[in-house]
Design a protein around this ligand. Sequence first.
Ligand code: HEM
Length: 430
Amino acid sequence: MPTLAPGPKGLPFIGCLPELKKDVLGLMMRSFAGYGDIVRFKMGPMTIHLVSHPDDIKRVLKNRNAFDKQTRTSKVIRQVTGESVLVNNGDAWERHRRLLQPAFAPLELKRFFTVISEATDELITELETIADRKKPVDIASYMMRITYRIIEKSLFSTDANTDMGALEQAIAVVLADTYRRIEQPFSIPHWLPTPRNRAYHRAMTLLNERVYLLISEHYAQTGDDLLHRLCRDTSFTDTEMRNEVISLLIAGHETTANALTWFWHLLAQHPDAEEAILSELPNGPITAQDLSSLEATTRTVNEVMRLYPPIWAIVRRVVGEQELGGYDLAAGSSLVISPYVVHRHPEFWTAPDKFDPQRQQPDHHYACIPYGGGPRLCIGHNFARMEADIIVAKLMQRFRFKPLPDHPVEAHASIVLRPRQGLKVIVESR
Ligand code: HEM
């Protein structure tokens, strides 16, 4: 007899599906508090385990073959990216990861410093035109724009004169479709000619045309951006290159954008944290050397990502039957590791709900996993850390973002954790 983990019963046939749709973060937190480190959920025909102890998380994330990414979410994402490091498994994943990894090595990051810095300067110029007008703006959409510009410039070295708006637009359409399909298991298939599906197909066609064109141009010319590096140093076929480029465009902006949006939200409520950052910022331009001394900035960004991890769920398939934390997990079932839950685990975090940039990091490496862990640790984690620090430091030198007091800020757990209605602020000059 298998030893089954405890969990909420839910409704007959559909299990916890309605609760999951209504408030997935609340469902996870309540279940973790009520049933412990491994919780078993029934969702219609599916069994899903929520795994929240860092020891168990370590075992899952380190063992990529026993717990792979052959999941429903990956299947939906694959429709856009094809086989790529984001979604593939086994030897194929290993080869792609090995080929991509050198481009993200810490030493390579220096070249991205200028890209990030320049893109932030462009945003500063734009914000100067609206500052002190007392007109609310959605800072979330500005964060999306800047992080998209940064990944695009890093990949293709496009400048303000290159018309890349169509590509950005196409990615937004394709991502919105992907999110809808992940959130709604029973979506209208792509082959039905609905207006939404037609828009999706138009966006995919444009995305493919543009990305293949950029790849052929990069093969033909010399240069030093990320795509030039991949064209020069890897054995990717054109299709593989297309898949990886689209994956990096997708994975490399919305996560950081939302981390930054939550940052502005929390900073506005914690003037002491704001003060600590302001007091360490240099008066003049921020250089790459300055970054390592921005301790309060980094600590605050980390604390924001503890409370609001942009990737709030890491999903795996249990390949063959497994025992985990004393319970049996069936072959083919799914498991979820939620950084949102683990980052509030009371055995590893004191006063977990308190925002405290000064807090001690727990000894257990897997108690703090905003970028995942093990062999599939986020490939862009060093890039994202540097990007967030530069954007925060440069924007804080110039502006204060004052949230509108009556604007509701509610966490919405789509693929990425974001404020459901953005973050409306008034931009003030410092
Ligand atoms: C704050 C920003 C970011 C966060 C919170 C984040 C989070 C994550 C997490 C949790 C994973 C692991 C998913 C899993 O194990 O299933 C991951 C994987 C990945 N991330 Fe990020 N990420 C961020 C930024 C970036 C950036 C800037 C890039 C690219 C430039 C990137 C590219 C990737 C890729 C390609 C993977 C798949 C790695 C693999 O499976 O081998 N991410 N990210």
